[in-house]
Write a protein that binds this ligand. Structure first.
Ligand code: CP
Length: 292
């Protein structure tokens, strides 16, 4: 089956192939045209970056694009995710990108569908395309993963980005450490935590995560978060010279990271978004050509 549902389905060789392909597809002359093909973006949870960058990637590859959401589609009448996707395929859609809230919900739809499916985030499960664009951004800066110290800091328990990246980075030979408030720690990722002060002195990559207010029941969490767990100006000054800052965004400015650091020299936050289009072109290309 030609689907990208989890980062765990990719070998190191496949990840490196995607990094190489993304680099090649930056040049429009290297892009095959999928003119005459239709892509559907079905986003049942909010999105700015993923949805828009898939749209642009699809258009750059020549697709016609159909956009659907959970408000204006017949999902509101009780139609299932599978029936929605089966309908889209029957109408002529060749590829579907899906964000929805049920962990593993897309895997249950693959049987019975021939078109490739891409998981664009499944609740607190995985976000494989974000992970791949993060890997691309790290590789663009360091040209390697082996031996890099990557610290993932923040709301681990609710973070599909952390789950996908922790798995992929370990598989690629990076040393991955974690910073988190006790109530947001996730034993499926690690039992070992360091402090943000230990992290800034030693990490090559500091990957900050958004506090996901919409998934929390206690909404009074941001008070002193920056001082206790976030990247302050003083901590940024102690980071290694060559180190970089990542964040999947949207950023809670002044909570995970001081407002003044969001666009600082070390920050690759907006570069990640640019790379998202490039990497999503590579993912679509590989799936359509049966190379994943
Ligand atoms: N990083 C990310 O998934 O952003 P969106 O929720 O805006 O797509």
């Amino acid at each position: 089956k030609r689907n990208l549902l989890s980062i765990q389905q990719l070998s190191n060789e496949q990840i490196h192939d995607l990094l190489y392909l993304a680099e090649r597809l930056k040049d429009p002359a290297n892009r095959p045209s999928f003119s005459g093909h239709f892509a559907a973006n079905l986003f049942l949870e909010p999105s700015t970056r993923t949805k828009t960058s898939f749209h642009i990637a699809e258009r750059k590859m020549g697709f016609d694009v159909v956009e659907l959401d959970g408000v204006d589609s017949s999902l509101t009448k009780g139609e299932s995710l599978y029936d929605t996707l089966k309908t889209l395929e029957s109408i002529g859609v060749d590829l579907a990108v899906v964000r929805q809230s049920e962990v593993g919900g897309l895997a249950a739809c693959t049987e019975g569908l021939d078109m490739p499916l891409i998981n664009a985030g499944d609740g607190c499960g995985e976000h494989p395309t974000q992970s791949l664009l993060d890997l691309y951004t790290i590789h663009e800066h360091f040209q390697s993963f082996r031996g890099l110290h990557v610290c993932i800091a923040g709301d681990l328990k609710h973070s599909r980005v952390a789950r996908s990246n922790a798995y992929a980075l370990r598989q690629l030979g990076a040393q991955v450490s974690f910073v988190s408030k006790p109530e947001w720690q996730d034993p499926t990722m690690t039992e070992d935590y360091i402090t943000i002060d230990e992290a800034v002195g030693t990490c090559d990559v500091l990957m900050l995560l958004r506090i996901q207010h919409e998934r929390h029941t206690n909404h009074d969490e941001t008070g002193s978060y920056l001082e206790q767990y976030g990247l302050t100006v003083e901590r940024e000054a102690r980071m290694l010279n060559h180190s970089i800052i990542l964040h999947p965004a949207p950023v809670n400015r002044g909570v995970e990271i001081d407002e003044r650091l969001v666009e600082c020299k070390k920050s690759k936050i907006f570069r990640q978004m640019t790379n998202g289009v490039t990497m999503r072109m590579a993912i679509i290309h590989a799936l359509m050509k049966g190379e994943l």
